[in-house]
Every structure is written in C-alpha cells, then in structure tokens.
Design a protein around this ligand. Structure first.
Ligand SMILES: [Zn+2]
Length: 309
C-alpha cells in the first residue's frame, strides 16, 4: 500500500505522521517548533522528522510518495513559498525547494486550516461526502471548503477564509487589520474578549477576569449566568450567520466544526444550528448537516499527507 508523510507546522509544535492511502495513521511523532532558531533550522528538523517517521514505520524513504505540509499562514504554492506566517515570524520563506533537496521526495504545501479540512472530509466527520465547509474554532477561526474530496484553495490559497467575514464593521479589531470579523466573535480569543469586556462594563456574572476560560464561560451559561449566556449567544449567533452566508454560496452537504471551542458540544451546536436555520435559505438548511469534527488534532497531519496521494 502506498504511504506518505503529513506534517502540521504549528507555532509551538511540529506534528508529523506516516499515513497510508486509506488515511490511517501508521506512526506519529511531534517535536517542538523552536521558532526562535529560524526557518533553516525548522526546515532541517522537518526533514529529520520525515526520516524518523519513515524509520519508525519501517518504510524506505524511496518508497514514500511524498511529504505534505500544512502551514499556518499565507502560502504561494507555485513558488513553494510561505509568504507570511505571523505566529512563527516567517516572511517569504522558501519551503519546497530546500526541503526537496534535503529529503529527495516531492513536497506539497497547503494552508493548515485547509489541510485540516481535507483530513476531516477524507476520513473524519465528512468521510464520503462530496461537499463540505469545515471550520476550526481555536485562537482564530479557520475555514476550508472541500468540493469533490478536494480542497478549494482559491486562486492564491485564500479560499475558505470565512473567519474574516466582516460581521460588524464597527466591531473589535481583527488580526487581519479590519474590524468585526467572525473570528473576533467566535474564536476562543473572541469569546474571552467579549467576556472580559462584559466584566469590565459591569454585567452581572460569577466569572472573573483572572480565571476566564472558554470552558468556564460555556459552563456559566448553562447554569444561567447572565454574562455567560450573553457571550455564548453572541458567539453562536455570529457563527451561525457566517456559516449561513458560506452555505448559501456553496450549498454543502456538510458543515464540520472542530477546534477547542467545539468541545462545548451541544451547548455550542444547538444555538449555532438555530442561528443557521434563521439565516440560511430553507433548501440550503435542508441539505446541510452541521456536525462536530472527528479527528481532533490529527486532522492536520492526515490532510497534509493526503496532498501527496
Ligand atoms: Zn479579520
């Protein structure tokens, strides 16, 4: 059976896995990113990790189809370049050519949210589905569009960036330089910010700034805390509305929601589905199932590996 390596480059860890053509993870390993050591060092250690995974899986390097890498930023596939990766401090770093020279295998690149979306659509919650919108609710809101089991990367790898739908032009500043993006409401960062703002403006709550967590905010909402309920309602309303806009455009079979915030389960999914129902066209709602992601942290490496097949 054919095999490939998937790499998920993150700000703290570089995760890697050897996967087969059915999307099974045969072995996996992670190393620290150590971004302060610079791009050359990171690429060298990705090459080492690749060799190590092949060895652990007892596959000769020459039998591998290639290496796929999910990169947490903007990429230029044609030039094999990471154009800008804010959380690793990369600007215009050549990735493909130096790596291919080190490991003598074809290297494929994708944005990390797109890679995770591809993994979920391939062997996760979206297995067998033709079309899906995938969202990851973490530090930001990542998005990916899968059509016929392939990522819709867009003309310069910006496809699926629904986290930057401007929901409120006068809202809080976003990392992208604009205001009120979906990500400022429905990411973990956005949820914490809304709770902090609420505490500072004196909304009744048992939540404290010192012990704020997204989990705590969802738990407070369940037991009737006024601020908890306000924040969860806002995050869900905006996410449901953003997903409705994306779904009206794509008409997907499935909407897959993952990332740390999705761990709230029904406390998030029920209000998101209600908002989605309010804002999407009825026939679009009929076709689209909103489901939790299944692969968790493995989605990125599985999807990155898929790029090589
Ligand atoms: Zn934005």
């Amino acid at each position: 059976m054919k095999k490939a390596i998937g790499i998920d480059l993150g700000g703290t860890y570089i995760k890697g896995a050897l996967i087969d053509e059915q999307g099974n993870i045969l072995v996996k390993e992670q190393i620290s990113t150590l971004k302060e050591l610079g791009a050359d060092d990171i690429l060298r250690r990705i090459a080492e990790l690749t060799r190590q995974l092949a060895q652990m899986g007892e596959v000769p390097m020459s039998d591998l189809l290639g290496v796929g890498i999910g990169i947490p930023g903007f990429i230029d596939e044609r030039q094999g370049m990471a154009v800008e990766v804010i959380n690793i401090g990369w600007k215009k770093i050549l990735v493909r050519e130096p790596l291919e020279r080190m490991i003598h295998l074809p290297v494929f690149m994708e944005n990390d949210a797109n890679a995770a979306a591809l993994g979920e659509a391939w062997v996760g919650a979206g297995r067998g589905t033709a079309s899906a919108i995938c969202v990851t609710l973490g530090t930001g809101v990542g998005g990916g569009i899968v059509l016929n089991q392939k990522i819709w990367s867009g003309s310069n790898h910006m496809g699926g960036e629904l986290g930057h739908f401007v929901m409120d032009p006068e809202g809080a500043p976003c990392n992208c330089g604009r205001r009120g993006c979906l990500e400022t409401f429905s990411s973990a960062t956005g949820i914490l910010r809304m709770a902090r703002d609420g505490i500072e403006s004196g909304v009744t709550t048992t939540l404290t700034i010192e012990e704020l967590s997204t989990k705590g905010i969802f738990e407070a909402a369940v037991v009737g805390d006024e601020l908890g309920q306000m924040v969860v309602a806002k995050a869900s309303e905006m996410l449901g509305r953003g997903l409705a806009m994306a779904a009206d455009l794509i008409n997907p079979e499935m909407i897959i929601i993952g990332g740390g915030v999705a761990k709230a389960g029904d406390d998030l999914f029920i209000p998101v589905r209600e908002a989605f129902l309010r804002y999407a066209l009825p026939r679009v709602v009929e076709a689209a199932r909103i489901v939790p992601a299944l692969l968790g942290n493995d989605a990125g490496v599985v999807g990155a590996g898929k790029l090589a097949f």
